[in-house]
Each structure stands twice: as C-alpha cells, then as structure tokens.
Design a protein around this ligand. Sequence first.
Ligand code: ATP
Ligand code: MG
Length: 573
Amino acid sequence: MEEKTTPAAESDTARHFLRQWIEEDLAAGRNDGTVVTRFPPEPNGWIHIGHAKAICVDFGMAALFNGRCHLRMDDTNPSKESEEFVEELKRDISWLGFSWDGFYYACDMFDTMWAIAEELIRRGQAYVCDLSQEAWKSYRGVPTRPGTPSPYRERSVEENLDLFRRMRAGEFAEGEHCLRAKIDMASPNIHFRDPVIYRIVHLPHYRTGTAWHCYPMYDFAHPIEDALEGVTHSMCTLEFEVHRPLYDWVIDRLAEQGRLVVRNGRTIRPQQREFARLNLSYTVMSKRLLRQLVEEGRVDGWDDPRMPTVAGMRRRGYTPEAIREFCERIGVSKYESQTDLALLEWCVRDDLNRRAIRRMAVLDPICLVIDNLPEGEELTAEVANNPEDPTAGTRTLRCTRELWIGRDDFMEVPAKKFFRVTVGNEVRLRGACLFTCTHLVKDAEGNVTEIHGTYDPESKGGNPADGRKVKGTIHWVSAKYAVPAEVRLYDRLFTAENPMAFAEGGSFLDSLNPDSLRVTQAYVEPALAEAKPGEHYQFERVGYFTPDSRLSQPGKPVFNRTVSLKDSFKGGR
Ligand code: ATP
Ligand code: MG
C-alpha cells in the first residue's frame, strides 16, 4: 500500500541563498564570527505551518553555524496580544523540536525604544506630526513623484519633546499626533518618506498594562529589538524587502547613538534578508482569518484538526518529524508560489508508515458469520505490529464466529477484478484463516445484513495447506471482542485551491468545505480501547489515526484520521 516513489525536493535546500549569505558574512569577518538569529512571532494567535517554515529557517540556520536562535515575542501592538498565546507559542515550538537560546519580550525594551526616539528628536531626526492618517498618506504621495513635507516637519526640539511626552501620558486622542522619522520626502522608496515610528493607542497591553499610551511601529521596533539582542542575521518574509533600507536606517541611528551591542570586542550590526512565505493550497494562513474561523465557530478552536495551525496538526496526528521534513523539501527561495497540500500529506504518510503501529478497525461494518466455527470456539491470529519495524513485535487476535468486516470489502454483484468477499469467492481473513462466502441474509428491504460462509480448518494463520493462491486479504474485528469507537474523518477545510482568489469580492468563507468533518462509528480491535493521544496507528487498509486529545477517553476512544493511505501527490514523479 505504501508508496515507493518520493517527491523530489524542489530546491537544493542544503545551500540556499540564506546559507550562502551567512557563509559570506562569516568569511568576510563581519560581526564577531557568531551567528545569532531570532524567531519573532506576535503573540496574537496560534502559529501555523507558515510559521513552522520560518521556525525551521531561523533555528535551522543558527544550528548549522553553531549559533544561537532567540525566541522573541514581537508584542508591540496591544490590540490582540495575550499571555495565553505566548504559552501556546512556546509549547508549539518545543513540540516542533526546537529550543531557543534566549527568550525575549519586545515590550521589555519599550523604555529603551522611547529613549532612542527622544534622542532622534534631539538630533533633529524625528518630529511630532498632527496630520491625520489620510492626510499624511496623501502628503506622502506616490513613488514616481516627490511627496509634500508635513507642515509640522520643522517643529522645535522642545515642542517635539513636550508633545511626545504628552502622547505617552495619554493626553491626546488616537490619531491626533504621531511621531515620524525625518528622512526624505522625495525618496523613491515610499518607506523613507518620513515614516510613522510611534502612534497613540489607548488599549491596555497584556504585560505593560496602561503604562503606555503610545507604541512603536514595527519598522522602528524590529531593528531595535534585533540590535539590542545582538542578532546578526534577521530573516523574514518577502513583503519586508522594501522595508529593508528603513531597517538599515534605524540601525545606522543606533550606531550613531552608541547603542549597538559589542560582543567579543566587536560591534554587532544586524542585517535583514527575506525569503518567500509559504502558501499552501486549500487553506488560509493569515492569523486574522484563522481567528475569524475560530471566533465565528466555523471550527472547533485554534487546534481544530482541520486548522493549518501547529496545534491543529498535532491534534490531527501529524508528527514534528513530518512537518520538518516538509519544510526541508519546500526549500527556501525568493519566489512566491503555492505549495500543494498533498506534499505535506505525503510527508506525514511517509513518516507514519515507519512509526505507526498497525491495528485492525472497521469503519462501515457489516456482519460476517463463520458457520463452521462453533460459538465459543476461537481461532487465533498472530499479526505483526509494524511490518516496517521488526522490533515492534506481534500481537495475537481472537477470531470468533461473528466478525465485522468493512462493507466496501463486500459486493453482492461483484465488479470485474473484485477479489474480496462475494458469494463463492475465497478470501483470506488477515492472519486467521481462509473463508469462502456461501450465502447472504437480507432484511425485508433486500439489504444484505449478514454474510455467511465457512472457513478452511487447514488454513489456520491464513495459509492454505496446499499452497493454493488466494488473491483477496481483508481485515476484520471480532464482534465479541471489538470495541466501539468514534472516528472523525477530515477533508480539506476549503474546496478552492486558493480560497482568497476564489473569494473575489466575496468572503474567503465562500469556499469553506461543508463536508470537511464526517463523524462515524467504528469497531476497533480491543488493544485500541486504551489508546492515548500522541500515539499513531495505521488502521490497516484504512488510514492513519490518532486518539483525539480533547475527546478521547480510556475505554471510549475517539480517533482522528490523520491522513488516508492513498497518495494524491502529483508533483515530483
Ligand atoms: P499572519 O499574517 O499569519 O498573522 P504574521 O507575519 O503577522 O503572520 P508573525 O507572528 O508576525 O505573524 O510572524 C512571525 C514570523 O513568521 C515572521 O518573521 C513572519 O515573516 C513569519 N511568517 C508568517 N507567516 C509565514 C508564512 N506563511 N511563511 C513563512 N513565514 C511566515
Ligand atoms: Mg507580523
């Protein structure tokens, strides 16, 4: 059943451009010869598979060069941040298999950022502006023509400092003033046209409370955070490429102010590079949209197994190894593209094939009666726990007179090349014996309710004494010993390959898949009654499953289908 072909990795990830960049830096003797990277999530939601890519890049590059990777909460915008998200972030990143070499909150640097901003004012490099947001945007203009300077550009240092301090104290309404860096209103790079670096926000911050009424903008805060932590290589997604000159401008100002970290006698000057973000088919990845799915109850929380969040994937039964392998295979480049969800599933399947314990489970059951096996008598079946892993051992199953088999393993009127259960055909009941169907029992409407037949007593273990060939092997569970279980079958969350493009004027919810969750009852072999979340099983011939971490209980298991057995990955063959 398992695939033998492997999709080719899309790029030579071993030596991508970020690695070359760092190698060149080290060769040129920049900084102090150490590599310090960081992963800087905003704690305003749960991280998703796109973040996992960034995590693999940030932690991966640090590890490659024996460097360090910091985990930093980029918490400079109070509106949706919370400690709960911080805790979940730590849990998810640890689960992915990474450990950070320093944990930081950007908000701990608010005082320093403030001092840096005041110093910019003193040096004539920043001013308080009273233009409304609409007005400053129109003053800023378009890249092809110089912008118009703000009428507040030439305020005195004293007036600027006074207004700036009063902004902090909460004397003004949001939008009434902002602090802008004084750079170049004629620059072809729009981000150089006196960008806003502080704005008034009256919301309480989850850590600093109401101490601040004014918060730094990302473009100002991020380079400062990197610099104060002594980060050498700051990697982010492509949309920040046009912000890079501004990043460098801020670093230059920090150098002027003598604020760059000195390590091993060398000044550390952080640099930024950008790579393409991960886009995955049949899902959305912006935290804003994921939040909407959660808040509107479209899914069962951030860790719903259909969500592309790390926690959702964990609950669904994806493994950290599979996710890391996926990130390795998609590689790092500067070209935006959409990755096929099937590649991620391929990686999951490939990993689970190696590690998952095999068990028998019947999802859509129909009763099979072995007429010549008397009630109370049993056959035993010795079956391997994982044919891919001999150390996983074997287990003994008890085959009784009445069994459950999958309805799709039976056909009353067999199709061509159907080698499974049909009247007159002999099949192997996996590990137990050979069985020939002799007749069917139907209800009043003519539906088949029982399959009857006889087994060959000379075929114990499923191997005939005379060596005759039997094509079909089916799985089964004993009706006497099987345990009922709820099984949750997941499909992609959206029917459109790109839900955002599909929406076009509508909502991304337009292509939400109404059948993304199907709940069904199954019979599973007794060993599964005590299955625990975090364990991985292959239900033979059905798919990979894991107990649901929220719903499953000892003796009353609930299983999530992690991924089906069938591979739909088309690329790389
Ligand atoms: P979202 O738009 O989903 O809210 P974000 O960029 O606002 O994402 P952050 O918490 O700021 O979320 O992201 C932390 C880091 O993860 C950033 O460096 C960002 O560039 C990176 N990142 C976010 N989404 C992706 C993605 N789809 N692919 C690769 N990296 C990503
Ligand atoms: Mg962000």
